[in-house]
Design a protein around this ligand. Structure first.
Ligand code: AMP
Ligand code: MG
Length: 481
């Protein structure tokens, strides 16, 4: 394990030069202190978890100190926001400090979010507030623990620096890790500014650094695009299967790696509602829970459009055509396992759709239902949750018959491995944030611990596995962050 001064930097993106990013130094925040750190994320950098307790740790991740071999850069990109094209975005409040090369040969981007103004801040202050930093930290690490690909979070640092949103709040910084911070919007920027040579340079970089398997294929660019389609189909299948709502699926928030990325007013479903909108500012429900599937497809077609200088249109269309079938197969595969099936049967899709139809507007807690389904001795105990109890009885009879045709041995254990007991519910995050805003970080740390092991019952943590209180289901998550 390494100490903080032993990290090895290999800043490949910075080396691409000033047309892709701009040198900018983080602007420190006052009186920095550690809110929470993730040991699991630290291990990605081979860092000794004990480093998090040193003053240097808080200094490095609050902009007060820098390693001598980092090259902090604000990246340039654009993107489609709520369906409309915004020609110039870029890192307005985050800085790519550099890329760490770890002992197993991986590169990890160190991105400091809330690091102060950059040339791309537009009218923003370049800051991130404590509540949104805590939310992103908890969600990144919770998604990872659920097995859902996501950017990671190393730590949150709180400060006394005032920032103004709907009210006065305090600035914080989040250290985000990802193998790459390249977004769909990077490619759109060079397409819409008609700079095909630069775009090709960026694509070649991404290909070599992140899709080495595609680089050796006869049609490397097409192969890479196809893989991006595949990864996104898998990712969205996992979101839908676990009830994760991203909230702002603009193309500048879509990672080229197909990982969950840049989520602000995200939420996990409490009660099942296909039409759930987690972003308070999304008045038309563009990014509602069930719209995430067509929106991901739409975003991929925006990416495809930007790649037309490099790939023939029919080939792009063919690759785009893979999205829905791949998504459906991946989704059904996860849901079969969540239902306890090991074999695939023709009627599974309809059985699942019937269940979701019964859940809709019934007030059934989505994730707990599956956990209880695996643990319940008798299906009858679940019927009280449904408005249409007779409908549930009919479904339960068909489900039981389907189970009887499948492998019975080890069913509960098998189901518990895919059906989490602990979910990052908005109200749990909110309780932790309220305490943190008063200077008490213990609840953030506890919640992070619980969510790091979501499939296993943890003694003393029963309260985290309960249904949310009524007030907790209707929290409005502001888009401001
Ligand atoms: P987001 O909604 O966080 O994905 O951000 C969209 C764009 O707005 C990105 O270019 C961000 O860098 C920029 N942005 C968001 N908040 C701020 C802020 N407080 N100051 C400067 N830029 C910001
Ligand atoms: Mg963003």
């Amino acid at each position: 394990m390494k100490g903080l001064d032993e990290l090895i930097f290999d800043n490949r993106f910075a080396c691409l030069g000033d047309v892709f990013s701009t040198h900018v130094l983080p602007e420190p925040i006052d009186n920095p202190r550690l809110v929470v750190a993730s040991d699991a994320a630290m291990s990605l950098l081979d860092l000794d978890p004990a480093c998090a307790q040193t003053p240097l740790f808080a200094e490095l991740f609050s902009g007060h100190k820098l390693w001598s071999d980092t090259e902090p850069r604000a990246m340039i990109y654009s993107g489609h926001q709520f369906g409309g094209y915004t020609p110039q975005l870029g890192d307005g409040r985050g800085v790519l400090l550099g890329e760490v090369y770890n002992d197993v040969g991986e590169h990890w981007d160190l991105h400091l979010k809330g690091a102060g103004p950059t040339p791309y801040s537009r009218s923003g202050d370049g800051r991130a507030v404590l509540r949104s930093s805590i939310r992103e930290f908890l969600a990144s690490e919770a998604l990872h623990a659920l097995g859902i690909p996501s950017s990671r979070a190393l730590c949150v640092i709180a400060s006394d620096t005032p920032v103004w949103r709907e009210k006065q709040e305090r600035a914080a910084m989040l250290l985000r890790l990802a193998p790459s911070h390249v977004r769909f919007g990077h490619f759109e920027y060079f397409y819409y500014t008609r700079q095909p040579e630069l775009q090709k340079q960026l694509v070649d970089h991404v290909l070599a650094a992140h899709f080495p398997g595609c680089a050796t294929q006869p049609e490397p660019y097409l192969d890479m695009f196809r893989e991006i389609v595949e990864r996104n189909a898998e990712l969205i299948a996992q979101w839908q299967a676990y009830g994760f709502c991203h909230g702002v699926m603009n193309t500048d928030n879509m990672s080229i790696l197909g990982i969950t990325f840049d989520f602000g007013p995200f939420a996990f479903l409490d009660d099942f509602d296909a039409n759930f909108i987690c972003n308070h500012s999304d008045h038309e429900g563009r990014y509602s829970f069930s719209n995430q599937v067509p929106v991901a497809h739409w975003n991929l077609s925006a990416l495809a459009q930007s790649l037309t200088p490099l790939i023939e249109v029919p080939a792009l269309q063919e690759a785009l055509g893979l999205f829905l079938p791949l998504y459906e197969a991946a989704y059904l595969d996860i849901m079969r396992r969540r239902l306890g099936f090991t074999l695939a049967e023709e009627g599974d899709k309809v059985l699942l759709e019937r269940l979701l139809g019964l859940m809709q507007n019934s007030g059934v807690d989505y994730n707990l239902f599956f956990r209880r389904l695996g643990e319940a001795g008798s299906l009858a105990v679940l019927r009280d949750d449904f408005v249409d109890m007779q409908g549930f009885d009919a479904w339960a009879a068909d489900y039981q018959a389907r189970m009887d045709r499948d492998v019975v041995d080890g069913r509960t254990e098998r189901m518990n491995q895919v059906n989490p007991l602990y979910i990052l519910r908005n109200y749990l995050a909110q309780k932790a944030i309220d305490a943190a805003e008063d200077g008490d970080y213990s609840e953030v740390r506890r919640l992070h611990q619980v969510l790091s092991n979501p499939f296993e019952a943890q003694p003393g943590m029963e309260g985290y596995a309960e249904r949310p209180p009524e007030w907790g289901k209707h929290l409005e998550i502001s888009c401001s962050s």
